[in-house]
Design a protein around this ligand. Structure first.
Ligand code: SF4
Ligand code: MG
Length: 338
């Protein structure tokens, strides 16, 4: 599909009393129409921060942003507030964990969606309300006519999530960003919301960015994946292929730490150590303090040089940032030799 969002060399930093917090460093990715890109990482990996910057949800006075964010032809780095208003109302919609953050508690749900539509279409209130009811129907809300007349607190958590998606999609945005959209919901409702996002994507042909730490969600929903660590991308490729056969040591560790059966739950093999402080990133490869593969790299490159993106040999569309060409294959060869 066509590229609708192109993020190039994006760095997002927050000055604090203790120093500069580098939430995102030199990030690159593309989101394409008709495809779902999962951005995956632990909390503090920077996965949400880049999309906040896309929507202009950061505080411009307290955020330093460099690089480029091109959304549907518009450059957003350094853009004025009016540009972001346009972006949020017509070009990109965001679905959060907490639907309260975009639905107004004191206005009827149908009216909110209708008003959002009327802000960009010269139509009567009646026509806009009809559109709102259609949207509620589209996102699977039963009795949409009656529901349109209710307030958000009269909806269940899952229904509110659906209503927020309806609000986000009413102006046909090319990009839908879903940031941990399901973590607050129970498992059944989670699955329904993810199915809905998938269906809507097929219907609208928009690009979807799914931000999550939950790899099961990625496996079910995403086409492409970007794995982030300490504000940087470390691996990208086809989502299912990356999950089946990770290449970067961090992705490998992340998947190893997942229980594959219920018995495994008791011995979760978490990656040793913890993510670095964004105030003081490790030199060279940020993952080096936790990496078991660094002994295989000659010299001190892991400590002194930031690895560039490189294709993994033999894997289609796979790129990693590591000084080893194919780290996990190296590991498997080692085990075979023993
Ligand atoms: Fe590990 Fe070195 Fe690769 Fe970083 S560059 S992931 S420290 S082997
Ligand atoms: Mg987050």
């Amino acid at each position: 599909g066509d590229v609708v969002l192109e993020v190039t060399d994006l760095t997002v930093a927050f000055p604090t009393e203790e120093g500069l917090v580098k939430a995102v460093s030199n990030l690159n990715y593309k989101a394409r129409l008709g495809r779902t890109l999962a951005i995956v990482g632990e909390s503090g990996s920077g996965k949400s921060v880049s999309s906040m910057a896309v929507l202009g949800l950061h505080n411009p006075k307290r955020t330093q942003i460099t690089g480029s964010i091109k959304l549907d032809g518009l450059e957003l780095v350094g853009a004025p507030a009016t540009t972001f208003q346009k972006v949020r109302s017509t070009k990109a919609a965001m679905v959060f964990q907490d639907p309260q953050s975009s639905l107004h508690p004191f206005h009827k749900v149908g009216k909110q969606i209708a008003e959002a539509y009327r802000a960009h279409h010269r139509v009567s209130k009646q026509v806009a309300l009809k559109r709102a009811v259609e949207m509620l129907d589209l996102v699977g809300i039963p009795n949409p006519q009656r529901r349109a007349n209710q307030y958000p607190h009269e909806f269940s958590g899952g229904m509110r999530q659906r209503a927020m998606i309806a609000l986000g999609l009413v102006n046909d945005p090319k990009l839908l960003i879903a940031d941990e959209p399901t973590t607050a919901l129970d498992v059944t409702v989670q699955a329904q919301i993810l199915d809905l996002v998938n269906d809507l994507q097929k219907e609208f042909g928009s690009a979807v960015i799914l931000i999550t730490h939950d790899l099961a969600v990625v496996a079910e929903t995403a086409d492409d994946i970007l794995v982030m660590y300490a504000g940087r991308g470390v691996e990208k490729g086809d989502a299912k292929e990356v999950l089946a056969a990770p290449s970067h040591p961090y992705t490998h560790g992340l998947l190893q730490s997942l229980p594959s059966t219920s018995e495994d739950l008791e011995e979760l093999r978490a990656i040793k150590g913890s993510p670095p402080s964004l105030l003081n990133l490790p030199s060279g490869c940020s993952f080096h303090p936790r990496c078991d593969f660094k002994s295989q790299v000659e010299g001190d490159a892991c400590w002194t040089q930031l690895p560039e993106w490189r294709p993994t040999p033999g894997l289609l569309n796979r790129e990693i940032r590591c000084h080893l060409a194919d780290p996990v294959a190296t590991l498997n060869n080692d085990e075979g030799a023993r």
